[in-house]
Design a protein around this ligand. Structure first.
Ligand code: CP
Length: 301
């Protein structure tokens, strides 16, 4: 079955196939029709962009959607297991898009159903469709994915988008700078993976210097909901704020990305600079998710 669970499962050729299909869709070079196909969006956690861009993508390609928006009003409240809910949805629909707070939930569902499963975020683990739209945004703004300096800022410990992105960029010879408080540093297993692949990276708390050498600055929210101890959240929530002064010596080609939602980690003043690309990035989510749905429903290569 043709699932999309983790960036670890994709090689360079497969990643580029998503990029090329998205490009063709955006430029009107291919026409995709998903009429007669039905997508189940199973969202056990809150979402704005991921769920709605998947729904938009499906509807713009003439497909249809049923959505579970949180568990209120569903039989999850009566104790129904994830596996049982997923097995039923697989009997109703052609593809399952799932977001769940537990790491490994999407993989688990993919093992018990016989329709394609797309991981829309599993706990702090992976968010592969976000990474594909991030790569698409990087390619559009830099003209390449190769040999770029990428600075990642914020919650690198619990942030599934940064975990996925680091793996997604690995085939393209990136240089990473990780800016976070020590308590939210990139997990050791991911750093070991980078070392094994001979990919350059540095950990720092110096946001200003990192900003001046970056091609891409990828900022993330400090996620209050992932902290076991609220006091730990309070200690770190305001440590790294990207504002115009941080960007004073930025390279002309720098683009600031953010998976959104933001709280205060990018000052609103940055929105009107040429560096801000986060709203366009979210818009790219519809195109890339059209490409993902077309590929995983077997309608495009
Ligand atoms: N980027 C992202 O996953 O946003 P949502 O949580 O709004 O879906």
């Amino acid at each position: 079955m043709n699932h999309l669970i983790s960036m670890r499962d994709l090689n360079e050729k497969q990643i580029m196939a998503y990029m090329h299909l998205a490009e063709k869709i955006e430029n009107g070079k291919v026409s995709i029709n998903l009429q007669g196909k039905l997508m189940a969006a199973l969202f056990y956690e809150p979402s704005t962009r991921t769920r709605m861009s998947f729904e938009t993508a499906m509807k713009r390609l003439s497909g249809e959607v049923i959505s579970m928006v949180g568990t209120a009003g569903t039989s999850v409240q009566k104790g129904e297991t994830l596996a049982d809910t997923a097995k039923i949805m697989a009997r109703y629909t052609d593809v399952i898009v799932i977001r769940h707070p537990n790491e490994g939930a999407a993989r688990w569902v993919s093992e018990v159903v016989d329709v394609p499963v797309i991981n829309a975020g599993d706990g702090s683990n992976q968010h592969p469709t976000q990474s594909l739209l991030d790569l698409y945004s990087i390619m559009k703004t830099q003209g390449t994915l190769r040999d770029l300096n990428i600075t990642l800022v914020g919650d690198l410990k619990y942030g599934r988008t940064v975990h996925s992105l680091v793996q997604a960029m690995s085939p393209f010879n990136p240089t990473f700078t990780f800016v976070s408080p020590p308590s939210l540093a990139m997990p050791d297993d991911i750093l070991r993976e980078l070392s094994d692949k001979n990919i350059s990276f540095a950990n720092t708390e110096d946001l200003n210097s990192s900003a001046s050498s970056a091609d891409i600055m990828y900022v993330t929210r400090i996620q209050r909901e992932r902290f076991p101890d609220p006091e730990e959240y309070d200690k770190v929530k305001n440590l790294f704020i990207v504002n115009n002064s941080v960007l004073e010596n930025a390279k002309d080609n720098l683009k600031v990305l953010h998976p959104l939602p933001r709280v205060n980690e990018i000052a609103v003043e940055v929105d009107s600079t040429p560096y801000a690309y986060y709203f366009e990035q979210a818009e790219n989510g519809v195109i890339i998710r059209q490409a993902i749905l077309a590929k995983h429903l077997g309608v495009a290569e």
